[in-house]
Design a binder for this molecule. Structure first.
Ligand code: SF4
Ligand code: SF4
Length: 211
């Protein structure tokens, strides 16, 4: 399995050993992010790093293991209760004037959030590349749980991550974009059918593919 090195900037203590040992100069970058185009996956930097800041990760992840429906449903109920716990603790923290209680409730809220995230991974939403994770993200994008939901970030993630198990199909999959050279209308058409401009009816060589 091909691997590449990834540096965790929060753990990096900047003693620069990885810069000396890398045979390809992949660790020596302006932004501290290891250059994946130069990394050959030898792992020497990860072995040399005294802070454990470098991990070797697969370039392509294998498909996620499947969980049975009853396990997934139970875990989801547990995650939902943790989310409710977080909501209650955050509300108490926001309402109280007692600094000790505020700190305690903030810690409880944070702990509940981390537990819920862990439970969701255990429930089978481990890999962002998996069909169920991407479908969940699509569902959240289509029906945002609140005004604070980061729709643009969710859409950018969906566009950037390729599904690795065939369990998710983009809503616009199979759509093609055209520009009509007769009336300059831009439109989308199903990839299966012969495209025709919805304004003037032009077809074939009169249409330019733009996406
Ligand atoms: S060897 Fe580790 S701690 Fe040192 S600069 Fe590299 S990543 Fe950071
Ligand atoms: S795995 Fe090897 S090539 Fe890649 S950054 Fe580390 S030392 Fe350099």
């Amino acid at each position: 399995m091909k691997r590449i090195a990834v540096r965790n900037l929060r753990l990096c203590t900047k003693d620069c050993l990885c810069l000396y040992v890398c045979p390809n100069g992949a660790t020596d970058t302006e932004n501290s992010i290891i250059d994946t185009s130069k990394c050959i996956g030898c792992g020497i930097c990860a072995d040399a790093c005294p802070s454990g800041a470098i991990s070797m990760v697969p370039v392509e992840y294998p498909a996620q293991q499947r969980k049975s429906g009853s396990v997934t449903a139970a875990m989801q109920r547990l995650a939902a209760s943790k989310a409710e716990e977080e909501r209650i603790a955050a509300a108490i923290a926001a309402a109280t004037g007692a600094s000790g209680l505020k700190r305690l409730m903030k810690a409880v809220a944070r702990s509940a959030r981390l537990s819920a995230e862990d439970i969701m991974r255990e429930a089978g939403y481990m890999l962002p590349q998996s069909g169920n994770s991407l479908s969940l993200l699509q569902e959240l994008l289509d029906n945002p749980p609140g005004n604070g939901f980061p729709k643009e970030d969710a859409a950018a993630l969906l566009a950037a991550i390729e599904c690795n198990d065939g369990g998710y199909t983009r809503p616009d999959a199979g759509k093609r974009k055209y520009r009509c050279s007769v009336c300059l209308t831009e439109f989308e058409a199903d990839g299966e059918e012969e495209a025709a401009c919805p304004m003037c009816g032009a077809k074939g060589s009169k249409l330019e593919r733009i996406g």
